[in-house]
Design a protein around this ligand. Structure first.
Ligand SMILES: O=C(O)C1=C[C@@H](OP(=O)(O)O)[C@@H](O)[C@H](O)C1
Ligand SMILES: C=C(OP(=O)(O)O)C(=O)O
Length: 438
């Protein structure tokens, strides 16, 4: 990917826009796994097309699954016996690195799994250990991390495992998604500090049940019975986490943003934006047209806006942090975001990255043992580094609305989940309110 800087545009008026968003990364990559392991052909309707989902498509194809994109962008998935030898590139996608190895264990033949340099540092040990306990062979050279080889025999006995999933909920989700195809299914028990991202675990359980799997859940325990995964069509919801920066623009500029197609009943963590942005002072309304957020007062040039900071435990919705931190840096009062120590193992160490980049623009952010404390201060322009993290680009865009001269490094990295981001952003800023049309 070329490394190109992007000058984040300043909003010279309150935004007034409707922004349709592409599909959810988390739902697309779960649906791809479930469709690949199903008992017949299936379809993904309005899937996300981004680096993380294309890596999942390629990984499943590499194992023998047929996946065809039709003219509308929907994906048809034709399951097939899974086989190595295969080479899997997980990129920097947490969903691919945690969801794919249990599928690879079902393949006959060796499957090499590796990813970006940073992927080798993200927590993988619990899933490697669990796969061994479930009867699979994994050669990791004693690293407890990527790269490794899964030496599948075409079947996984399955059974009960105990892991510490405090580093990532995806360690649990990955084991559950393939488990109906294990001989005895699986019982995953968590022991350790609390597992983050409860909505994402609920998404895993709900989608497994929608595919006909029998799933039981208790406190820190999940059981999936062996049985068929039913072929079906998966309609992918818009990515609500990727709504954060657009809805946030309504706060920063004192404007209005609507995201159409906001689901009424969803397991996506982005749904929490309704409550979180309301706590910061936004007016949030929901109707047939979608979710609408209105800001109540615009930021002054250089920052310090007419909305409040946020005191919140983001343990369950950690992926919203970068954009909320950017909003916090422009807010009228200080913020404290906690429960997010596990973000140190995300695309980059997000706590360190956010502190460095907000402070690099003249801000006042500091790390807490499990989060961030951010005191608003007038900011100035400068280079905003993104550390191969799509959400750092999104955070920078929010800051740039009120701070002239924010230069965003390697904007293309946003393609991890939202390749059309800068066009959507420019489109939002260019949308002319109905009253002003000639
Ligand atoms: O299961 C998923 O789709 C995800 C789970 C979460 O991971 P963690 O629990 O590692 O934070 C989230 O941050 C990530 O973006 C997507
Ligand atoms: C943490 C994230 O991604 P990943 O799926 O790579 O963990 C994210 O999208 O914020």
């Amino acid at each position: 990917m070329p490394s190109t800087h992007w000058s984040a545009p300043v909003a010279d008026a309150p935004v007034d826009a409707t922004v349709p968003l592409p599909g959810s990364k988390s739902m697309t990559n779960r649906a791809l796994i479930l469709a690949a392991l199903a008992d017949g052909p299936g379809r993904l309707v309005r899937p996300l097309r981004s680096r993380d989902t294309l890596l999942m498509v390629e990984a499943l194809r590499e194992l023998g699954v047929g996946i065809v994109e039709d003219a509308s962008g929907d994906l048809r998935v034709m399951p097939h016996d899974l086989a190595g030898p295969a080479q899997i590139d997980v990129g920097l996608a947490g969903t691919v690195m945690r969801f794919l190895p249990p599928v690879a264990a079902l393949a006959a033949g060796p499957v090499d799994v590796d990813g970006d340099p940073r992927a080798r540092e993200r927590p993988m040990g619990p899933i490697i250990g669990a796969l061994r306990d479930l009867g699979a062979t994994v050669d990791d050279g004693g690293r407890d991390a990527l790269p490794f080889v899964v030496r599948g025999t075409g079947a996984v006995p399955g059974g009960a495992v105990t892991i510490d999933a405090s580093g990532s909920s995806q360690l649990v989700s990955g084991l559950l998604l393939a488990a109906p195809r294990f001989g005895k299914g699986v019982e995953v028990r968590h022991e350790g500090p609390p597992v983050p991202s409860a909505p994402h675990l609920a998404m895993t359980v709900r989608m497994l049940r929608e595919a006909g799997a029998a799933v039981e859940t208790g406190e820190d325990v999940w059981r999936v019975a062996p049985g068929p995964i039913r072929a079906r069509d998966w309609v992918i919801e818009p990515d609500l986490s990727n709504a954060a920066q657009f809805l946030g623009a309504a706060l920063v500029t004192g404007g209005r943003v609507t995201v159409p197609g906001w689901p009424e009943d969803t397991t996506q963590p982005g749904d929490a934006l309704r409550g979180l942005l309301a706590r910061m002072g936004a007016e949030v309304s929901y109707g047939p047209g979608g979710l609408t957020v209105r800001g109540t007062g615009p930021a002054e040039a250089g920052g310090v806006a007419g909305y409040r900071g946020l005191e919140a435990d983001l343990h369950e919705v950690g992926e919203l942090t970068p954009v909320l931190a950017a909003l916090a840096a422009l807010a009228g009062t200080p913020s404290r975001l906690t429960g997010i120590a596990h973000l140190r193992g995300h695309e980059t160490d997000r706590l360190a990255a956010l502190v460095a980049e907000i402070n690099g623009l003249g801000g006042d952010a500091r790390e807490l043992p499990d989060g961030l404390e951010i005191r608003p201060r007038p900011l100035h322009g400068g280079l905003f580094r993104t550390y191969d993290d799509h959400r750092m680009v999104m955070a920078a865009a929010v800051l740039g609305l009120a701070v002239p001269g924010v230069e965003v490094e390697n904007v293309a990295t946003v393609g991890k989940t939202l390749p059309g981001f800068t066009d959507l952003w420019d489109g939002m800023l260019a949308e002319v309110p109905p009253a002003e049309r000639g």
